[in-house]
Design a protein around this ligand. Structure first.
Ligand SMILES: [Zn+2]
Ligand SMILES: [Zn+2]
Length: 498
């Protein structure tokens, strides 16, 4: 026991970084942040660029890396050293009036005391020291004095003196890493392609370390020179990373921008880079649930497809049941979502569907798919536990009613309906269906044009089958509760929700 205690103390003292213990224990503001994350404050709120789009995009690139906890300040003027205290890094997506002495001093001290600053694209334009025009920022019509000390932080500023700082036509160009040993660029190869504005004739502080340049072609109204694109600066004990790239969302959503920005942020905050060179926040995420969505035999609103959007699902769509089941699907999918209305299915198709269902996969039967295969008893009795009876058979047909305003409530507790009901939505109801007494009803309505049950779990034992009567048109497809219901039904039937 004693030995164990000593071991535990050893662990606590040696393994926990001192700064973490300090921040978490003594600064109540520290508890506001994700533990161990680099704390970032993006300063935004004014810009001649679309900061309302770019600021969230910058935030999401950083969050995607898993290294950062990011906050946004849309009115930086008035911030003090106390406000900035808990942060490790400031990212500037701001171009507007000066912030006043207290805030400017706080930001300057923040960086010089050993913290990080990242200056992004148009932010190098704000505060630029346009000495030829005195202290007036004529270009933007902002009449506040510019901030001459800003170059100590940014390492590069704009000038209206000849040669005037500007950019040529937006085009695709090669960004060449002229410094490949720096932690930010190490492992990134020798270049990448950007489709962006290429700033030229920035006034550079001699103290900067340029990491990447791009050739500014006169054919696109450039200078015929290599222009600095990425650079660093060491104000006091702190670190600045500056990227001249990222004019808009298209420019931001490029791997070259994202990986250099994220690594530049990490370096500015910590002096080290752990985000891997292959970091790519834009790559399609391979969701671990694969669904086959089957339609055909009944029309529907295209809003239906939006039910499957997002990183949580990989899905294929087949517009007929013949196409859906012409080949074995057992190894390709985890769930079949049926939104078709099909009477017939050939022997081969039946075999493939049956193999899938009997192998323990998931089945979600949506709305008019309740009328599928009236003459395939194994299907409707065993698998679905219900059928919508079509006209022309020996039994009395089921009935439907459009545009009913429904109250929907849960029956018991089930993972598929957690946080789904109560709902009130407009949808189509079915009545006089055959519903097995063995189904487990999980959603119901008291609406009289309905049989009552609106969603159930089939008693079928070999796989998980969820049946949802709702879902006729966009009223349902766009209704948050219905969207959640379908998502949860797919995840649960795939065994991903318990
Ligand atoms: Zn721009
Ligand atoms: Zn319908």
């Amino acid at each position: 026991m004693r030995k164990m205690l000593i071991g535990l103390c050893y662990l606590l003292v040696v393994v926990m970084p001192a700064s973490l213990i300090y921040a978490e224990d003594t600064d109540p503001r520290g508890q506001f942040f994700k533990k161990g994350a680099i704390r970032v404050l993006i300063l935004a709120g004014r810009n001649n660029h679309d900061w309302r789009a770019t600021t969230p995009a910058l935030k999401s690139i950083l969050e995607e890396s898993g290294r950062f906890d990011v906050r946004v300040e849309e009115e930086p003027a008035g911030m003090t050293s106390y406000t900035l205290g808990p942060y490790d890094l400031i990212v500037l997506d701001y171009q507007g009036p000066r912030w006043g002495e207290v805030t400017e001093k706080a930001v300057m001290n923040f960086v010089k005391s050993g913290k990080g600053l990242v200056i992004y694209h148009g932010a190098s334009y704000g505060f630029s020291g346009l000495d030829v025009l005195g202290d007036r920022h004529v270009q933007t019509g902002i009449t506040e004095p510019v901030w001459p000390e800003f170059i100590q932080l940014s390492g590069g500023v704009w000038s209206v003196e000849n040669p005037k700082t500007a950019h040529g036509d937006r085009h695709s160009f090669k960004v060449v890493f002229v410094e490949q040993e720096h932690p930010i660029t190490n492992g990134l190869g020798d270049s990448f392609i950007a489709t962006d504005e290429l700033y030229h004739d920035l006034r550079m502080d001699p103290a900067v370390e340029v990491l990447a340049t791009a050739y500014s072609d006169t054919a696109t109204r450039g200078t015929g020179e290599d222009e600095p694109i990425l650079w660093t600066m060491r104000p006091g004990k702190g670190r600045t990373f500056h990227t001249a790239l990222g004019h808009d969302l298209s420019a931001l959503n490029a791997r070259g921008f994202a990986v250099t920005f994220a690594r530049g942020c990490e370096w500015a905050a910590t002096g080290k880079v752990t985000i891997p060179p292959n970091f790519d926040p834009l790559r399609p995420v391979d969701a671990n649930v694969r669904a086959l969505v089957v339609t055909g035999g009944h029309d529907y609103d295209s809003d239906f497809y939006t039910l499957f959007e997002g990183d949580w699902l990989t899905w294929d769509h087949k517009p007929t049941n013949t196409e859906a089941f012409k080949n074995p699907i057992r190894d390709k999918y985890d769930v079949v979502v049926m939104y078709d209305m099909s009477r017939e299915l050939g022997d081969e198709g039946r075999k493939n569907l049956r193999d899938f269902v009997e192998s323990g996969k998931g089945v979600v039967v949506l709305h008019h798919a309740l009328a599928n295969y009236n003459d395939w008893e194994w299907w409707w009795r065993d698998v679905v536990g219900a059928k919508y009876i079509l006209e022309g058979g020996s039994e009395p047909a089921s009935a439907y009613k459009h545009d009913v305003e429904l109250n929907v409530t849960s029956v018991g507790r089930h993972p598929v309906t957690a946080d789904v009901a109560p709902m009130r939505l407009i949808d189509e109801t079915y009545k006089h269906m055959w519903i097995s007494p063995e189904v487990k009803v999980i959603l119901k309505t008291d609406e009289e044009s309905s049989d009552g049950p609106l969603a159930w779990i089939s008693p079928y034992e070999k796989s998980r089958v969820v049946v949802i009567q709702l879902g006729h048109d966009r009223h349902a497809h766009r209704y948050p509760g219905f969207r959640k219901l379908v998502k949860r039904a797919i995840l649960w039937s795939a065994g991903k929700l318990d």
